[in-house]
Write a protein that binds this ligand. Structure first.
Ligand code: SF4
Length: 450
């Protein structure tokens, strides 16, 4: 049995620089298939990294099933595959956030007959082996009506085996944040939990990788095994992809202690994403000792009114307190900010500019507010790129776009930023800043062109 995964889950045409990271669920699903279906082979085509000769590559491999993770622009690619390789017409099954949120777009515009609803690892073997329409966790179309049999979600994340990391190892994934190390980084990716129970109004449960609000952790012993596996593959930098890495601080404390105990902190440097209100001095010290270099923080705004509006449940004081803990412990910061929240005024944007100056993130990431189909700010039409403005008031839209350009330009093209960043661009961190310089230059290119 030959299985082909196609990862086409990001629109790589968007102008804002973005990471390209492996979809961890493909790694887990691959191990599960290999363990449960004797003699099975698994291959991954990552169209985000290489979309040349796709038809030839598929034809040469001649898979029994294709599991396709599409983005909102994939429909033409799927149709081209089934037009050129007619024998595969009934063998493509879609999975991932986009088909779960918009099954009609896939089922009505392509020859795809089946979508996996929920975590692919829970369902993939059943789907390969059994009667496809007679089980939970699928979406299909009957008499032009979309039928959902109910999501099948992970119940015990710890039951999963180690991911089939060989699928990812030779691919040129793109991670753009800096890590504090003098070594050339060979970056690896790991997911220690899925789900985030918070209620930030702009956040999409399904468009992020978590696939549910319920928090599902992996125990620290499993994570350590996975880190050791990555180290054996020559990986010395890790990005923990979790949406909310610090949600369970005890688990992270245990993980850090185990990293230190097994001396893995001598072999890896790492980064993660966290909420402002989870930044705690004692824990950050331990994380630093365990190899933490960089934290991405959802700061979003400098205005308490807007933070409340966004449902972030933090204040500007919390932001400054977290910043001072991180700076005191010499952790580098990637700061995410949102422009265009409902009721945001010029004064609110000025407060955001002020807090950016106070925090001085090593990397600044600005985004316009996006309404997703499944976020609390509902949108009926989420089929636009993540970074496009959807505001109805044209004058305000223009104003916001100008602010966006100005904030980026004033931040990155400023002597103060260079002074802040210069010591870190020493030869010591050269390899790291190659990546981040790429991110900064791409961002500047994007805003200067506007
Ligand atoms: S923005 Fe972060 S903390 Fe808020 S709901 Fe989304 S993942 Fe959770």
């Amino acid at each position: 049995m030959k299985i082909l995964f196609i990862d086409d889950s990001q629109n790589t045409d968007i102008k804002h620089p973005q990471h390209i990271m492996p979809s961890m669920e493909i790694g887990y699903a691959s191990t599960i298939i290999k363990n449960k279906i004797i003699g099975s082979k698994v291959k991954l085509l990552d169209l985000r990294l290489d979309n040349k000769n796709t038809i030839n590559k598929i034809s040469k491999y001649n898979p029994d099933f294709i599991f396709y993770k599409p983005n909102l622009k994939s429909i033409n690619k799927i149709n081209l595959i089934t037009k050129k390789l007619v024998n595969l017409k009934n063998k493509i099954i879609c999975f991932g956030p986009f088909p779960i949120l918009y099954p009609d777009k896939i089922l009505k515009n392509t020859s795809v007959k089946l979508i996996i609803d929920g975590d692919i690892e829970q369902n993939i073997v059943n789907i390969i082996n059994y009667d496809k329409l007679n089980q939970k966790g699928i979406i299909y179309i009957k008499n032009n009506k979309i039928i959902r049999t109910g999501k099948k979600l992970i119940t015990n994340y710890d039951k999963f085996p180690l991911p089939d990391y060989k699928l990812f190892i030779k691919k040129q994934y793109q991670f753009l944040y800096p890590l504090q190390t003098f070594k050339h980084i060979n970056i690896g990716f790991l997911e220690t939990s899925r789900g985030c129970p918070y209620n930030c109004k702009f956040c999409s449960i399904f468009e992020r990788s978590s696939l549910n609000k319920k928090y599902k952790p992996r125990s620290h012993t499993k994570i350590i095994d996975e880190i050791e596996m990555l180290v054996k593959f020559g990986i010395n930098g890790i990005y923990f992809k979790d949406d909310n890495f610090l949600f369970d601080k005890v688990r992270i404390g245990n993980l850090c202690n185990e990293i230190i105990k097994r001396k893995l902190n001598k072999k890896i440097t790492w980064a993660c994403q966290a909420r402002i209100d989870d930044i705690d001095d004692k824990l950050i010290k331990l994380m630093k000792k365990a190899g933490l270099s960089t934290i991405s923080l959802g700061v979003e705004s400098g205005s308490n009114k807007i933070l409340k509006e966004l449902g972030k449940d933090i204040t500007s004081n919390d932001i400054l307190k977290a910043n001072s803990i991180l700076r005191h412990n010499k952790i580098w910061i990637v700061g995410y900010f949102i422009l265009g929240a409902p009721n945001e005024t010029k004064e609110d944007i000025n407060l955001t500019k002020k807090i950016i100056k106070q925090i001085k993130p090593e990397i600044l990431q600005l985004h316009f507010l996006k309404k997703y189909k499944d976020s609390i700010y509902k949108s009926d039409d989420s089929l636009k790129d993540t970074y496009t403005l959807e505001l109805k008031n044209k004058k305000y839209q223009k104003y916001l776009e100008n602010e966006y350009i100005e904030i980026y330009k004033k931040y990155y093209l400023n002597l103060k930023y260079l002074v802040h960043i210069a010591p870190k661009i020493s030869p010591y961190y050269f390899f790291q800043f190659k990546n981040s310089a790429k991110l900064v230059l791409k961002t500047l290119k994007m805003v200067i062109k506007k």
